[in-house]
Design a protein around this ligand. Structure first.
Ligand code: FAD
Ligand code: EPU
Length: 337
């Protein structure tokens, strides 16, 4: 295993901003992690676990060791109608989705085209189009940095909630996920209620969609709304959709009857952060090379040449603006480094 110095991370973050890692290494197996942390030199440095860099904003060089997860491999086992699929942390999330769609394993087709790695998927409990990772999560293996031991986390251990898990809170920085296992099904039970899925299927004349149809339609909708990081730097939604108590929502709704909202369980309402930002006049706005996406105000973009600190400063202005109009403080979804 090689450790590089002053390694450029520009190609390894989807915002495409320049930042260097003082030290950088690539991990291809659990044994690589054991070997790395057997050396006290690496154990004592600050460290950052990097997957696809699609939920990160580098605002400065990283003064420590960046550990790039590349553990490969997908395998599965059938038990009746249940299919247990396991994938290495370094597998590209959408490669796993395509593998499952091709094998007709149902459960993750609504999560088509989300960038990033399998290893990061439990960290923020990725979600889209009415499905969250927790709906199909079986377990994950993770390397405990302090002890060098592997621990298997069950769904309960992960304490998943909207864009959150134990890996982002209590156990932040303590474990490195090496493999994730999913419980999928041979029986396809399509989830079509979110957004324009049904409408798009109708347009295509599809009455009884198969797994491949749902994946294709969701991919199509995503491409129409979100910028492709290969062309325009971004990290998807920059902020979370705020969840507020119902009573507070009722008051806001009186002043802003158009406010886009979704139910968030008993007594709570999720407000569309995209709508809040757009309502403050930010949609498609651009200062220098930084802006919000023309079709989705929740997505901050690097039109080319932005620095991480410029994007961060832009996000601060949005937070201030939304707070002063609605009294809601947006929380960033993207990890600021
Ligand atoms: P990184 O950005 O590399 O890391 C994210 C966090 O996870 C960091 O804190 C990192 O330290 C940690 N981490 C990474 N790997 C590991 C590991 N193996 N063990 C422990 N910690 C680890 N997200 C959604 O939920 N839904 C969407 O619909 C969605 N759409 C997106 C669309 C676009 C165009 C983009 C650019 C992003 C989108 N995202 C979405 C956000 C992003 O794709 C997800 O958060 C994804 O899971 C990040 O994966 P990554 O490998 O790139 O993680
Ligand atoms: N809206 C606006 N203006 C905007 C954007 C959105 O008014 O600029 C309103 C519209 O009414 C729209 C509604 O908000 O119909 C919902 O928009 P969208 O379907 O694009 O979803 P979102 O709430 O903005 C969330 C996730 C996305 C995920 C989509 C689809 C968060 C923070 N974001 O976005 O995840 O792909 O739903 O499920 O929860 C990500 O996390 O990076 C991400 C892209």
């Amino acid at each position: 295993m090689q450790v590089h110095s002053n390694y450029s991370l520009r190609a390894l973050n989807t915002f495409g901003v320049e930042a260097k890692a003082v030290r950088f290494t690539e991990i291809n197996s659990e044994a690589d992690l054991s070997a790395l942390f057997a050396e006290s030199e690496w154990k004592n440095l600050p460290r950052l676990i990097l997957g696809g860099g699609s939920n990160m904003l580098f605002t400065a060089d990283y003064q420590g060791l960046v550990i790039h997860m590349k553990i490969p491999g997908i395998r599965f086992e059938r038990k009746g109608d249940d299919i247990f699929v396991s994938a290495g942390a370094g597998v590209v999330w959408n490669d796993l989705v395509n593998y499952c769609v091709d094998h007709e394993f149902a459960g993750i087709e609504n999560l088509s085209l989300i960038p990033g790695s399998v290893g990061a998927s439990p960290v923020q409990n990725i979600g889209a189009y009415g499905v969250e990772l927790q709906d199909v999560f079986q377990s994950c293996r993770a390397f405990e940095i302090a002890t060098g031991k592997i621990r298997v986390f069950s769904k309960e251990d992960c304490r998943f909630s909207y864009r959150d898990s134990v890996f982002k809170s209590e156990l932040k920085g303590q474990y490195i996920i090496t493999e994730v296992s999913f419980k999928l099904s041979a029986n396809f039970n399509p989830k079509l209620s979110y957004g324009a899925i049904t409408e798009e299927l109708q347009k295509r004349g599809i009455v009884e969609p198969c797994i491949k149809d749902v994946s294709a339609v969701i991919s199509h909708i995503r491409v129409s709304k979100l910028p492709d990081p290969a062309t325009i730097g971004n990290a998807g939604s920059f902020f979370k959709n705020p969840v507020i108590p119902q009573a507070r929502f009722e008051k806001l709704k009186t002043a802003f009857p158009e406010m886009v909202n979704f139910s968030a369980g008993e007594g709570f309402v999720k407000i569309s952060a995209g709508w809040l930002i757009e309502s403050c006049g930010w949609k498609g706005k651009r200062f220098g090379n930084t802006g919000t996406w023309k079709n989705q105000a929740l997505v901050l973009v690097n039109h080319g040449g932005s620095t991480g600190s410029e994007i961060y400063a832009f996000s601060e202005s949005i937070i201030e603006s939304v707070n002063s109009k609605f009294g809601i403080i947006l929380e960033r979804e993207v990890n600021i480094i």
